[in-house]
Structures are given as structure tokens and as C-alpha cells.
Design a protein around this ligand. Sequence first.
Ligand SMILES: Cc1cc2nc3c(=O)[nH]c(=O)nc-3n(C[C@H](O)[C@H](O)[C@H](O)COP(=O)(O)OP(=O)(O)OC[C@H]3O[C@@H](n4cnc5c(N)ncnc54)[C@H](O)[C@@H]3O)c2cc1C
Length: 288
Amino acid sequence: MRGDAKSMTVLSPRSAAEAVKAYAKSPAALPFAGGTDVMVGWNMGQLNGRAVLDLSRVAEWKKITVVSDGVDLGSLVTHAQIQAHPVLKKRFPLLTAACATVGAAQIQNRGTIGGNIANASPAGDTFPALAVYEATVRAVGPKGRRGVPLVEIFAGVKKTTLKPGELIEAIFLPFPDKTPTRGAFRKVGTRAAQAISKTVFAGLLWNGKGGVLEEARLAFGSMAPTVRRLHAVERFLRGRRLNDVSITAAAELLTNDVSPIDDIRSTREYRLRVSRNILMAFLKGELK
Ligand SMILES: Cc1cc2nc3c(=O)[nH]c(=O)nc-3n(C[C@H](O)[C@H](O)[C@H](O)COP(=O)(O)OP(=O)(O)OC[C@H]3O[C@@H](n4cnc5c(N)ncnc54)[C@H](O)[C@@H]3O)c2cc1C
């Protein structure tokens, strides 16, 4: 059955305060940002009879604000806006690269960063970049605001730790204390566009004194129910020299932090092999 607009109630708040109030009053309403995920359900009639909280008039959440210690992305900022922003391009290039791989131009023009996060797909392409930049998601609800580290906003496949009545207001990206020595983003899908990731990677490295690695931040998506930072690999690499022996040993630790599955898009074996190759190429400086 197709979507039946007449059976739905649309709540249209005109500000963030109105949106929070309307959602508190109608907690069963479905927030609607760009609608690129929601409309898939609409097409199948899954929204019939439901209330929808249309966020399109909440202007406060459409802004990118640069502050002294980072950048605040309103939850309704689109993937296209992120790609076009000069400060994000310069300071958070892995995020702009990730947004450029989401769907294709049509999806990037409508799809929002808040919708991508709230949708909580294991394959969300912005998540590894947000994880290595140590982004914080700011939720707002009837009890006020709270910041949640990006990796903790996900509770499982399509599940978040947002509390009833909470909406995503913004995502805060802190400027790293030091400019990373190297960073890379890589998505592997069936095609260059309109492909859901088989695996998706973001990595940052900081070289220290004496040729050893000071810090590595590494994350994969599509390799577990939620995005994963590679804590075991990161710990192993800290203070070591990068050479064939240490890089091979680091790649062997990958399964400490990820547990991919066989599904319609790929197999566990393929995902692991490709992800190991990506990780090793990144550590060798071969991934641009
Ligand atoms: C053809 C196609 C290709 C796609 N390709 C990709 C891809 O390559 N990579 C990728 O990561 N995704 C992809 N997507 C998924 C989708 O486009 C993205 O997740 C997008 O960022 C969702 O944003 P939206 O604003 O459209 O969300 P919506 O559809 O409006 O909402 C998505 C979910 O988030 C909730 N929500 C939205 N905003 C908020 C908020 N502020 N607070 C709380 N809850 C909220 C909604 O209730 C809904 O559950 C694709 C989708 C389609 C249809």
C-alpha cells in the first residue's frame, strides 16, 4: 500500500522551542528532517495513520557555526552544505569526503547530518569520520540539553540512546589540539554512487618525536551493528614505529573491535579482508 497523506497528521513547529514542545506533547510523532530515509517507509505505507513532526521550518538547526574550539553543525545541515563549507573542508576533511559519498547529489541536497545519525544504520557513512574527530551529539528534550559522544548515541541497528521526547539539535566537532600528520577516508561499495557501504573507514595519525607514532584514531562502519573505534589497534600503535612488522601486527588486531556479518551486500570474510587491506594501506601512507 502506498502512502496516504490524508491519514497522517503533520506537526509544523516554526522554531526549535516549538519543535521540542510539540514532540513532548506527541512523542509518537516521527521527526522528519530531509525525509530521505523516512520517505522510503512512506512509499510502503508505513507512515499511514501516523503523526509526523516536520522540522523543515526550524531555521536555528540549519546553521554551521564556527566557534573558538570547534564547529557546531545544526542537525538539519545537509551533506551538501557540509561539503561546501570552507572551514569544514580545511579542518575536518574526512567528514566532507564522507558526505560526498552519501547517495548522490539529490540525497546530499536533502539528507541531513542529524537524520543520518538518528537513522542509526550500521552503514551510515559519516559515522567513522565523526568518530575519529570525537564529535559530540547534542540532544534537546523536555528535560533540557545533554551532550553524548557520537559513538554512544548508537544502541544497535537503527537504535539510538535518545530518550523519549529528545531530538538531535546539533553535532559539535572539536578542533584537534594538533593538526594530524595524516588522515584518510575510504568507502567501499558496489558502485561509486548510490551504494550502501560494505565497509567504510576513517583514520587520523599524529607522528611524535623520534619517529614513533604519538596517536592514532581509527574507525570502521558497516563492520558491526554500530560504528567502531579500533581501540585495540590504536593502543597497540601508540609509541611504536610504523614498519611492516608493526603494521601487520596491528591489522591482526582488527577483530578485537569489529565483528562483521554476511548479508545481502557482502560477506564477513570479504569485509574483513578489504578492511585489513585498507587499514594497512592507511598505516603505510598509501591511502590518499
Ligand atoms: C537512494 C538513497 C541513497 C542513500 N545513500 C546513503 C549513503 O550512501 N550513505 C548514508 O549514510 N546514507 C544514505 N542514505 C540514507 C539517508 O539519505 C541519510 O541517512 C540521510 O542523512 C538521512 O537524513 P534525512 O534528513 O533525510 O533524514 P530523515 O529521513 O528525515 O530522518 C531519518 C531518521 O532520523 C529521524 N530524525 C531526523 N532528524 C532528527 C532529529 N533532528 N532528531 C531526532 N530524530 C531525527 C527521523 O525520525 C528518521 O527516523 C540513502 C538514502 C536513499 C534514499
